[in-house]
Structure formats: structure tokens, C-alpha cells
Design a protein. Structure first.
Length: 116
């Protein structure tokens, strides 16, 4: 399954489960949920089981400036496998674990959890 398929399946699952509208927002990886749940989702995908991630610092700053709740969704292999991190989780990882690299991404210096 490629990244586009993973995101399409995730979008279909979320809209069906929550009854929300799911549309692209401030970047190609940020989506806005509206309806019963109103928030922004920054969705990153991996086609294989990889436990290290890069999260774009610029997009994180833009998310923080939007004035609405936001979450980071890290999907690995398919729409049912990954991590859901809230703003507090991200701030904690940035301040304690993740390094900001020259390419503008926060890179995990450790794994979030071992995937099975």
C-alpha cells in the first residue's frame, strides 16, 4: 500500500467513524476535521515498519498558530498501525528527545515504541 492509499483509507475510516468532514488544510499533510470533532491532523505515513520519524518544524509552528486543537498521526504500513500524539506529547518530545536537523525536521533520536 502506498502513502496515498494509506491516507485515503485513514480518511475514509475517520469520516465514517466520527461523521466529520475531512479536508486538506495548511499543507499537503495537514487536514482539518469539521463536524462533531473540530481539529487539525498532521498525518505522516510510512510504507514499512519504521520507528524513527521526521516531523517538519515549520508545519508544527503553523499548527500552533491556528488557534484550534491539533494532533499528529504517524501511520506505518497501513491506516490501522501507528501513533496518535497530541500537542502536549509533541512539545514534550521536542523539548526532551527530538533533535532539530538542518533539513528543518524534528527527528526522533529514539523510538516511540517498538512496533510488533
Amino acid at each position: 500500500m502506498n502513502s496515498a492509499e494509506i491516507i485515503r483509507n485513514f480518511k475514509n475510516d475517520i469520516t465514517g467513524l466520527l461523521g466529520c468532514e475531512f479536508k486538506q488544510s495548511i499543507s499537503r499533510q495537514v487536514f482539518e476535521l469539521t463536524g462533531p470533532v473540530n481539529c487539525l491532523l498532521y498525518v505522516k505515513t510510512r510504507k514499512h515498519k519504521k520507528t524513527n520519524w521526521g516531523i517538519t518544524a515549520r508545519v508544527i509552528e503553523r499548527l500552533k498558530s491556528q488557534g484550534k486543537p491539533w494532533l499528529v498521526v504517524l501511520l506505518s504500513s497501513n491506516q490501522n498501525n501507528g501513533y496518535l500524539l497530541n500537542e502536549n506529547d509533541i512539545n514534550n518530545y521536542i523539548s526532551k528527545l527530538w533533535d532539530l536537523k538542518k533539513d528543518g525536521d524534528y527527528k526522533t533520536s529514539t523510538t516511540l515504541n517498538k512496533e510488533k
